[in-house]
Each structure stands twice: as structure tokens, then as C-alpha cells.
Design a protein around this ligand. Sequence first.
Ligand SMILES: [Zn+2]
Length: 288
Amino acid sequence: MIKNNRKIKMRRRRSVFLCIIVILILCTICIFVRNYSGAAFTKVSSKKVVTHKKVAAQKKKKLDLEDKDKGIEVFKMKSDPGEVMPWVDQKESTKKIAYLTFDDGPSINTTKILKILDDNKIKATFFLIGKNAERYPELVKSELADNNSVANHTYSHILNYREGPEVFLEDVKKCDSVLKNIAGDKYIQNFMRFPGGAFESQKRLEPFRQAVTNAGYRFLNWNDMNGDADHPNVPVDTLINNVKKYTQGKKIVVILMHDAAAKSTTVQALPTIIDYLKSQGFVFGKLE
Ligand SMILES: [Zn+2]
């Protein structure tokens, strides 16, 4: 009898012991599963947070840029080389658009021009001489930081075109390498303006237009100007009247002006020219 009782007790103890072992194993499994999935969840959610932050930052950057370009007509140029003519491409436009372009900078006047553009919340396109960009790299960056367009206006700005097209093309490429060093790919690639312009009617310049086109460049002339290229410091009234004269009857104007030390009157005339264009119903654009 006593022997039987002992056996029963032993069995009970064994059962209790087994139960405890099973419970312990179950608990361990539970804890392991919970921890593992928790870690995985944390990993996924932290990844999600990083992605969200990245997307939010990208959105903000895009919005900032859009905000900077608010009210600005951005002319998206064709990618194929050759002459770009917004006044032809946009002739069906219901808007009157003025593209302000400044050649020859940067100069001691650049900051003043940028301030006037900023005060009016408008943008312009700057065609830079490589030599001047080398001298004032910070001004090139300021033009870009304000979301203006920057492009190539050759390195040395040789106006006589006495050297052959190959030499000219080298000078264009040299300007590109200067701009690339300063601005990376933030300026408009493969886009230039000839010193003094290169219109179809100037037969002498046809080989140069061809050489630039063959090298993959687009180029822009103009259909409006303030006439500040005539001589240093053309009187303010003359500059304003020139723009009035050349804007007459046009819907899309690409206005040639200069950013150079000897063109201070261009800076003085600029606010009135902008006001005049606004009064005529023009909005402002830049090229991209
Ligand atoms: Zn020029």
C-alpha cells in the first residue's frame, strides 16, 4: 500500500515537472517569436520613417523650387541642337511673355540686377563669359541660387569671328568647362549665345552656326533689346524707349541686355523696363 502511494506521488511529481518544462518551453518560444517579430517590425518601421522623411524632403525641395518659380513661365527648350526661337515656338501662346536675357556677366552689376529681379519676383537667363565666371564664381552661384537660368556665352567673347569655326568651338567648350567647375550640371547644358548674336541673315556666320549645331549645342538670339550694346552707358531714357519700340506688336519677346561694368545705366533702366512690360500685360519667363 505504502509502495503504491509512493509510486503515485512519484508519477504526480513527474507530471508536474513535465508540465513546468512544457510551460517553460512554450514561454521561451513565445518570447523568442515576440522579440524577433518586434525587431523586424522596428526595422521595417524605421525604414518606413527614413523613406517618409526622404520623400517629404524631396517634396519640400520641389515645392521650394516651384515657389521660387511661381508666376514664372518656364520655356522648356527642345533637346535637339540648333537655333531656339521662343517667338516662333510660342506664337500660338495666349499669354504675352517676356524673357529677359543678360549677356557678358558676371560683373560688378550682377548683384544689383539680381536684387531688382528678386524685388519683382521674376527670373532671367544669364549668358556668361567664361573668363568673367572664373573671376566671379560666387556671382554665378548667386544667379543659380535665385533660380535664374545660366548658360554659355563663350570663354573669351571674340566678336570678329576671324578664326575658323573649330577655334570658335574650342572657346565655347572652354566656357563649358569653367561653368561645370563652378556649377556642376546646374546651368543649362549644351545651350549658348553667340557673341554679338548669329542670325540666319548673317551668311558669314553660317559655318559657325553649323559647327555649334554639329557639336550638339542649341543657341538663342533675340527679337527685342534695350540697345545697351551700342556704346558704354547709353542714357536710361534711350534704353527704355528702345524696349518700348522693339516690343511693339510682339507677344513673345526675348530681350537682349548686358550685365557688364560699363552698363550701369542698364541697371538704372531695368525697374522701369519691367514696369513697362507689366503694364503691357507681359508675364516673365526663363529658359530651361
Ligand atoms: Zn556678349
